[in-house]
Design a protein around this ligand. Sequence first.
Ligand code: ATP
Length: 700
Amino acid sequence: MDLLQQEVRGIALANLSEVQSAPVYNPTTVPLNRKDSRNMEQAVIRNNTGSSNPFPSNHDIEGHIRPFQNLPAREPVDIQFKDVSYCVNLGFRKGQKEILHKVNGKFPGSQLIAIMGPSGAGKSTLLDVLSGYRRTGVEGAVYVNGRIRNLNSFRRMTCYITQDDRLQTLLTVLENMRIAADLKLGPEVSRHEKESIIEDILTVLGLYEHQFTITKRLSGGQRKRLSIALELINNPTIMFLDEPTTGLDSFSCNQVVDLLKQLAKQGRTIICTIHQPSAKLFQEFDQVYVLSNGECMYQGCTNSLVPFLQSVEMPCPVYHNPADYVIELACGEHGEDRIQRMVMEMGNGECTDWFTDRRKLLKLEQLRKKYPLKKIIEQDEDLTSTSQVHQLQVLIKRGIIKAKRDATLTHLRIGVNIIIAAMLGFLFIDAGNEGSRVLDNYNLLFSILMHHMMATMMLTVLTCKLQRNTLAPRRQTVCRMHSHEAQVLNRNSPSLFPTVPTEMGVILKEHFNRWYTLKCYYLSVSIIDLPLSVFCCLIFSVIIYLMSGQPMEWFRFGMFFTISLLIVLIAQSLGLTIGAWFNVVNGTFLGPVLTIPMMMFAGFGVTLRDLPSYLKWGSHISYLRYGLEGYVNAIYGENRETLDCELKPYCHYRYPAKFLSEISMEGDQFWKDVYALCATLLLVRVFCYFCLRWKVVSVR
Ligand SMILES: Nc1ncnc2c1ncn2[C@@H]1O[C@H](COP(=O)(O)OP(=O)(O)OP(=O)(O)O)[C@@H](O)[C@H]1O
């Protein structure tokens, strides 16, 4: 051994002895009774005081610090996984790509566990697989307390916190917490109890002073803590967090990790992915799991990483952060052979030699004995904890608050309808009663149809766009980059490429975390928008009807308005379907393009009679045809009297029946058109729901 090597070893071992002498909380050796956990909490807070204690004191009568007094401590849950592989389909004729290669691991309860690795190593994928978010393409077994994971009961005790904070930004912190409490705890828990839980969580997370702040004004760290706070309401036993520290400054990082450590001490298993923590932050984790190219390079206690590297003859250089060094190794900066050596030594995650007290680690059969099979209560497939009626009520309440706060879009919709109605009104002024301007009026009716359809559809496509199709956002692989550059890129990426959470991203997160069923969400969205759609449509119809001098008969106005409203609702449903299915660029392109065939078959340019026989079917599926026919019948049908003929000596269409016959819309078809439009609306709504459902399920 040369001198340099001896020196490096000596210092690494010195690091090790220093680290080992520090008191390390090990849940496998220390039973988690109330007294001990209190002492440990005190110890941690004492350690934090003077630096960055994120937990304002929360004293009980004896003066002891008791955070989360309204959240009972949890019985630890032990997670193990064996030979877990994950494959994605790359598309038609492109084959498959294996992202995780038969990895193994052991995540004991009451621990704060970090999954580390370079970008593209498979951290988020492993988190998705373990949380049950990804199911298709997954092989291998995941064990919970020694038994094969039952996904439904597992999901009832877990929550997933995404990297990009998918929050309702228009609501205040308190409103967000109250909505989450109402959705998760239901009406059985009294308002007082809910408020106590909320107060407790907000206090411990340092958000109490910000409870009346609108979420969009919170800092990055506060948002992250709010994301955690929202999921803590129903007290999950296992928490999965995707890069909870990315985009935060070191102070906020410490706050978040300290908080996670507190939660772990109460019996929760906290598993999070993390890029390259600072040396201080790294020490906060109880256990670390290092991935490289979908294989496990190290698994064990954080403090054992340095000795492990020593044992495989890749000692951590002096004054080097072990976390940085292991990422450099995982990137292959020191050679691919070193990765392979570490993977082999670790048995791809099977080796448990580097846990603090491996004798206390329980085998699967021991775990089964320790946690005997509980009586299984038959629970239905619905994973939510409250009734659907209750969820609907809460979601409608939330939607109304949001609509009130974001009045710009509401004002814009009203404004656009008034302006377009006035413009068309001026253009076609008094065309409705004049026999010589029947064709003008026909053009006006078609223009109204176009307005209702395009304005509503495009607005919906743009506001419900789906940004990403996964809970975990993807970034480009930067594996071979120098670790420091990678670190800088990763720390900067949130500000360089802001990931604005869209409504769809929020739905994916909330639905996966069992806040509500998709049915309730969809119904609430439809109900909330209805009054505004009716109002906009009514205002437009009144202006255009009066300005263009249509017949002053209530029943005709009623017919005109009914058709307008049905068209608006159909266009909105189509917009929702396109918005849920395609991204914003494709949706903006497809919306108008798909409308063209509908217009072709509407009977406007080419009358329904003159349509070639092989294209007649098109007129039966075009809702614009029923819309136009409905308008024409409302204005010129129902035995309308002879029109005025004041502008010209001869009016070709003085008799409405003649006009109806020429455009091939004779015979009172109004109710047939209304039925056809209602059927289309129902069909599109149901189709849209299944699209949304498919989208949510298919990304898993
Ligand atoms: N649906 C997919 N199709 C093709 N490749 C995928 C898919 N999902 C993930 N990958 C690839 O799998 C690898 C692992 O991705 P993953 O997001 O798990 O990495 P990561 O370690 O979390 O990276 P980061 O830290 O940058 O988020 C990457 O190379 C990624 O490109």
